[in-house]
Write a protein that binds this ligand. Structure first.
Ligand SMILES: [Fe+2]
Length: 352
């Protein structure tokens, strides 16, 4: 067996390549858009990619699934509930994919998304039992995947999907699709764990069902450029450029600098928070454009003015500023401390 985890630091995602050293067949799970890294690896090690599987339709990054399928001729797999405009081989709970002697067993784990699945990895020459689970965005290290992208029943489904994975033995290694990023809120940063460690120390797994539902249902900001990224991953549009790739330094302004700049006509204040946050409290004259829609509504952000980007406390505005820099905006700055710091400084706010 050959197993490799690819860590993508820009978005905190993990992708995987699993291969049989006997048959030389390989599967790639949750491929990133840069598919050359997988092609180079299999060329160097003389494997052949025969299967490409996405654990779900991603909301925070564009999948390389179709590009990799086109480059290799491999079959593209998703769970049967995936709502795409392109054809794929449908997987159901209990299905098995074979790479020589290695078996990938499909477990439907809806919640984060309706079509979310996990893969149990079985290597029969060593054991008839699974030794690893690729847990997608169902179970993270120290967290679970956010259920609010999974529809009205997302949280309850996520609870039961996680319970399903907890039926595995303690020694089973957990390899999720994220070690950081917007698909969870409490990931510890490690790229892998075990079922036993998570059972004992994952804070979400210590909760009763009502407590779990209450905590995971708290409203969260939707991922940056989510609308464009989901449309791309569904095959209804091509917004591959919307995937945030720039992670360099960000120009910043303090609250006092922002206040004095806002007097001038040359400045455009962009508030990238969610609607309920904007209605509750905002800096006067802030233009509202939630970060999930930034790419699809980019034309609303003027190129010829100094764009100040604000959010609640400065985290989202930093990422949105990086994206605007990526898109060629010349004058753009993140407001340090965001709306919270503005209000704490005693400057007036608007509501409603
Ligand atoms: Fe996800």
């Amino acid at each position: 067996m050959y197993f490799k985890q690819f860590l993508h630091d820009d978005l905190g995602c993990s992708s995987y390549l699993i291969a049989s050293r006997d048959s030389r067949e390989a599967a790639v799970i949750d491929p990133q858009p840069d598919v050359q890294q997988y092609l180079d690896l299999v060329a160097e090690r003389r494997y052949k990619i025969v299967a490409i599987i996405d654990t779900h339709l991603h909301a925070d990054h564009v999948s390389g699934n179709r590009d990799l399928a086109a480059a290799t001729g491999a079959q593209l797999y998703l769970h049967e509930e995936a709502d795409t405009l392109f054809p794929f081989h449908a997987l159901r709970n209990g299905d098995a994919l074979h790479l020589g002697p290695i078996v990938l067993q499909v477990v439907h784990t809806p919640g984060h998304r309706p079509e979310a699945l996990s893969l149990l990895v079985v290597n029969p020459p060593r054991s008839p039992e699974p030794s690893m689970v690729l847990s997608g965005d169902t179970l993270f290290v120290g967290d679970v995947g956010r259920p609010d992208l999974g529809g009205p029943d997302g949280a309850i489904q996520q609870y039961h999907s996680v319970q399903k994975l907890l039926q595995l033995e303690d020694y089973v290694e957990v390899f999720p699709a994220h070690f950081e990023g917007a698909c969870g809120k409490g990931m510890c940063g490690r790229p892998s764990s075990t079922i036993g460690f998570e059972r004992r120390f994952n804070p979400l797994l210590q909760l009763s069902e009502p407590e779990f539902l209450k905590l995971t249902c708290q409203p969260q900001a939707q991922p940056l450029n989510m609308e464009a990224i989901i449309a791309t991953n569904r095959g209804e549009a091509d917004f591959e450029w919307a995937m945030p790739t720039y992670s360099g330094p960000v120009p910043e302004v303090t609250i006092d600098e922002a206040e004095s700049l806002l007097g001038g006509k040359d400045v455009f204040l962009l508030d990238v928070r969610e609607p309920w946050e904007y209605e509750e409290k905002r800096i006067p004259a802030a233009y509202h454009l939630p970060q999930s829609q930034l790419a699809t509504r980019l034309s609303e952000v003027p190129q010829d003015r100094h764009v100040l980007v604000t959010c609640r406390s400065g985290g989202r505005s930093e990422k949105a500023t990086q994206f605007l820099l990526q898109m060629g905006y010349g004058r753009v700055s993140s407001v340090l401390g965001g709306t919270q710091a503005w209000a704490e400084s005693g400057w007036p706010v608007e509501t409603g």
